[in-house]
Design a protein around this ligand. Structure first.
Ligand code: ZN
Length: 296
């Protein structure tokens, strides 16, 4: 995967060199901010990346502690690097590896192009790529719900973080279709647990047999477990259906990005509501696993 990213983002070295030489007035950000928050292929100037220069022709590159998402600890953690990197006058391509200070197992790797001009306190840096890919971490609340589609979902997140709205929307809307049965069965379970009219539980299970998510929501109509309404009033299935319909019309990429973000947010909010009633992770995961097995 790193290879793929590098192929995609590796700019033509001649033009890269030219831009760096010409443009020293670009945005200046703190070094740790650059590592944490800058997406690939965006060039930044940095003033606080160098340690004290002892020999005029080499400059030590600092490796500050940074906060990144750790998939082992399942949250933001402090990461540190033991890399020792010396810059020489000119352009340098390099890797930096960071490890989680808590678990010691999770690592983040950055592939960078850095330019330093002898005597300057400033460097210019650009990420060619990073692994795990740049982007928001998958909301942990969705992990059990997504099951085998977790990887697919993270691709949607990557597209979203690079502002590729159409791709993100396509990933997420496909996932909604793939999760159709799970979504309806989970809603029916909550309906049962919260003593909603038995008819509603039955209707949810009947509707799920429809071929598409949109059609299933249409068949179900307005009835929905009250406890699963978002902010106490919005039916999440109707919201998802509406977003899918809006996405069917050709839109500018920015509009798809918004639709993708909405789709992800509604899905996460639904999962959070369900968890309140289906209880602990294990029970929730068991319900989804059971579904996986029975829906085949
Ligand atoms: Zn960790």
């Amino acid at each position: 995967m790193v290879d793929i990213l590098i192929t995609v983002y590796f700019p033509d070295s001649y033009s890269m060199e030219t831009t760096i030489q010409q443009d020293t007035s670009q945005r200046i950000v703190p070094w740790s901010d650059f590592l944490t928050n800058s997406p690939p292929a965006v060039e930044m100037g940095i003033r606080d990346a160098l340690g004290s220069i002892r020999q005029p022709d080499t400059a030590p590159l600092l490796v500050p502690h940074i906060k990144l998402y750790c998939s082992v600890c399942e949250g933001k953690r402090n990461f540190e690097s033991t890399d020792q990197i010396q810059l020489n006058d000119g352009l340098r391509r390099l890797f930096m590896t960071y490890s989680c200070r808590d678990c010691g197992t999770m690592t983040h790797t950055f592939a960078l192009i850095i330019r330093w001009k002898q005597g300057s306190p400033l460097i210019t840096a650009l990420k060619i790529g990073q692994w795990p890919a740049f982007g928001p971490p998958p909301p942990s609340i969705l992990k059990s719900l997504l099951g085998q589609y977790y990887e697919l979902f993270t691709k949607g997140l990557q597209a979203e973080s690079h502002g590729i709205g159409f791709a993100a929307f396509t990933y997420y809307s496909r996932i909604v279709e793939l999760l159709k049965d799970q979504l309806f069965v989970l809603a029916s379970k909550v309906s049962q647990k919260t003593a909603a009219p038995p008819e509603l539980t039955r209707n949810l299970l009947t509707a799920k047999r429809e071929k598409t998510f949109g059609r299933a929501v249409e068949v179900l109509g307005d009835a929905f477990p009250e406890h699963l309404r978002l902010q106490g009033k919005y039916n999440p299935f109707q919201l998802l259906r509406q977003i899918l319909i809006n996405g069917e019309n050709i839109q500018p990429d920015g509009a798809y990005l918004k639709l993708a973000q909405d789709l992800r947010a509604v899905l996460a909010a639904f999962a959070a509501q369900v968890k309140q009633y289906i209880g602990e992770d294990k029970e929730f995961a068991a319900a989804v696993e059971h579904l996986d097995a029975t829906s085949k």
